[in-house]
Write a protein that binds this ligand. Sequence first.
Ligand code: KG4
Length: 348
Amino acid sequence: MILAIETSCDETALALFDPARGLTAEWVHSQIALHERYGGVVPDLATREHLRTLAPLLARAREESDQFATVNQVAVTQGPGLAGCLAIGTAAAKALALALGKPLIGVNHLRGHAFSPFVSVHAEHPAVFNAALQTLLPHLGLIVSGGNTLLFSLDENLRLRVLSTTRDDAAGEALDKGAKLLGLGYPGGPLIEKRGAAGRVDAYDFPRGIGQRSELDFSFSGLKTSLRYQIEKMEARAVENELANLCASYQQAVVDALVRKATFALRGGESRFRSLGLSGGVANNRILREAFGTLARKQGIPFLPAQSQHTGDNAGMIAFAAWIDPTLEELWGTARASLEIEPSLPLC
Ligand code: KG4
């Protein structure tokens, strides 16, 4: 039984994972309401909030789940993330591991996102998971969040290779900044999705990043600038009247840019991929999920979107990664006496 703690940004989260059964319980305390009025996550406030809520959340989890007594491994998000926030989670995890006399595993947050689409595969086939997994590898995955946009492959030995990242803004960042320009709140992605639902996706022609087939990198800064120029050309009232069309067209440009690079990767040199994954906060977006589902269907491979409770920051994916990731090692009691906080831990 693995107990995982995630505090890398603005969610305080816990999960219990039993390899024989899957995730048996999850707890999340979201800080969105706290940061909303500032238009983004305030690191110092986030750290204090983790400090305030983590111990009571652990106490609640212990009360609500009798499986707490069977925990034989503690896992924690080691990085990347906000250093102060990571420190709260790692300190708690160290204390727990020490008190319970159990090993401590440090997990890379992005690797957690990378493996998150397989959580539901495991939940469906816990007894024959390894066989089910092998039918899905090699795997092409896209992590899309507020801080990252990353295409990667997973080979038959679960070795992860980064194929491309963004050269500037992440996809979620582009949506959040776009929402700010349009006078919407934070986080911008869901607000743009909501306001754009009634709009036309072809009302405005926004750029789709780097076009060449040979180039898998993403770029979203031009898109954001293009929206700014468009808004500057319009009267405030016109922006208000056109909000639905602006949101729909802007969101479609983000989706098209993501689908285009995933298509190049699927059909390019490494065309042996047997599944397509989508994870990270932006993977909540319905239009993006549908577009990736269509792409996988056309390619004749299964589409594995992370379940919505595992798209944003969560401890379920951290517990699962602690179990499945072959690159992880037990840190407690090894030569590395303490679990370092790694805000910029490399992905592989
Ligand atoms: O993974 P995440 O919770 O945080 C990190 O960046 O680690 O992702 C947050 C991002 C934000 O940029 C937010 O606007 C975006 O995910 N997001 C969405 C949706 N829900 C969250 N973007 C588009 N559509 C959504 N429904």
